[in-house]
Design a protein around this ligand. Structure first.
Ligand SMILES: *[C@@H]1O[C@H](CO)[C@@H](O)[C@H](O)[C@H]1NC(C)=O
Ligand SMILES: *[C@@H]1O[C@H](CO)[C@@H](O)[C@H](O)[C@H]1NC(C)=O
Length: 376
């Protein structure tokens, strides 16, 4: 640092990936001595600091108490500080708005912080007392993936009342890997501003609320909730729906009410048997049904005749019998990827080849037409 450096004007400090061991007070290694002395001077003066990024400082063990003087600090990023054990008890930080501690896997205790904080990411930390979340006045984005948050409802009270005790300002909620989560209560509708709900790898989750419509919900992710058997019906505003590796059996006929849906991921849903072809009523939808071994049936009920000239649906599908489909409707294949030895008999244009892949020229299609991509 130049000698005329003025830390009192410092607003943002980025130190990602550095070899910092300790901030402000004390010194752990002689090699770091000069750096540490410089920082202790610099930070005592840097009271205008608004943003501090210490992500990936994998040697950092402790953040000492002089951080409490940073009264203007709004953003504190400390994700992937895998050695971090101690945050100072009095750190409070009255202006703090964003705190990201993702993967600080040794951190057990979160000290008192400003209850005005809006983003608090505690994914994969060892924190085990989460009662502070009820004190948050205007949480917007909360991440508790792979934490012990279930202690909140396993011991103290049912999840339903927890949901009602949390501020309705919440927009984004991330939970994952919580075995005690069996039912998502309908009180989730209190969070009427919710735009992302991400509940993954909750292997015992079976029941979702019905009859609710979260009007701002854009992304819904239940990936890996393997006991979930019914298609989520929580909002018709969804743009992206991730229900890969779930036990869902059917894509129901009311799929067409998801009029904004652009992406549906049902990869590896091994129980999926039926897909309502009302799915073709959704323009611009991309779906992934790969590795859905039980999918054999596509239901054509309520499918208007002119449907296929109107829509353009990208359909990636496994295991549907294309011959049966071809006999029912005049499909146009744009791309057909198949494995196996034989060219199917229903192909009138045939060619032979010795390599494992062969190309069959298909009639060129206009993009306004639907196409079917078959992978098996
Ligand atoms: C929270 O923010 C409000 C202004 O939005 C402020 O008046 C209040 O002092 C803050 N509370 C704390 C505990 O920092
Ligand atoms: C949901 O969270 C998981 C990690 O917890 C992440 O991998 C995934 O991308 C998230 N889904 C969405 C739609 O953001």
């Amino acid at each position: 640092m130049p000698t005329n450096f003025r830390p009192e004007n410092l607003v943002k400090l980025q130190m990602q990936n550095s070899k910092l061991q300790k901030l402000w007070e004390g010194v752990h290694s002689l090699a770091g001595l000069m750096v540490m002395v410089m920082f202790s001077v610099m930070f005592s003066m840097a009271t205008n600091l608004q943003e501090l990024d210490l992500s990936y400082c994998s040697s950092l063990v402790e953040l000492t108490s002089s951080i409490q003087h940073l009264n203007k600090l709004k953003w504190l990023y400390m994700s992937y500080c895998k050695s971090l054990k101690i945050l100072p008890a009095g750190m409070y930080l009255q202006s703090l708005d964003h705190l990201n501690l993702r993967r600080c896997s040794r951190l057990k205790i979160l000290p008192d912080i400003s209850t005005n904080i809006s983003t608090l990411i505690l994914d994969e930390t060892a924190i085990d007392d989460f009662s502070f979340i009820f004190r948050l006045k205007k949480p917007i984005n909360l991440g508790f993936c792979k934490t012990k948050i279930e202690k909140l409802w396993a011991i103290e009270q049912p999840l339903t009342s927890i949901m009602t005790m949390l501020s309705p300002t919440l927009k984004r909620l991330y939970l994952s890997n919580i075995p005690s989560l069996v039912e998502l209560p309908s009180s989730i509708q209190n969070f009427h501003n919710l735009d992302i709900l991400n509940i993954t790898e909750c292997i015992n989750l079976k029941t979702l609320p019905t009859g609710i419509n979260l009007q701002y919900l854009r992304d819904l992710d239940f990936t890996g909730c393997s006991r979930l058997r019914t298609f989520p019906d929580m909002s018709s505003s969804i743009i992206q729906l991730y229900v890969a590796q779930t036990g869902i059996v059917e894509v129901p006929f009311w799929i067409n009410k998801f009029s904004k849906l652009k992406y549906l991921n049902m990869k590896s849903c091994s129980n999926l048997e039926r897909v309502s072809l009302n799915i073709y009523k959704l323009n611009e939808l991309s779906v992934d049904f790969s590795d859905c071994g039980a999918l054999t049936e596509a239901s054509w009920t309520d499918c208007p005749d002119n449907l296929f000239s109107e829509v353009s649906t990208h359909f990636i599908c496994l295991n549907l019998d294309p011959e049966a489909l071809l006999h029912q409707r005049p499909f146009v294949f744009e791309q057909l990827i198949m494995s196996g030895e034989q060219v199917p008999s229903y192909f009138t244009h045939r060619t032979t080849g010795t390599s494992s892949s062969l190309t069959i020229p298909l009639p060129s299609t206009s993009l306004s037409q639907p196409f079917f991509r078959h992978i098996s």
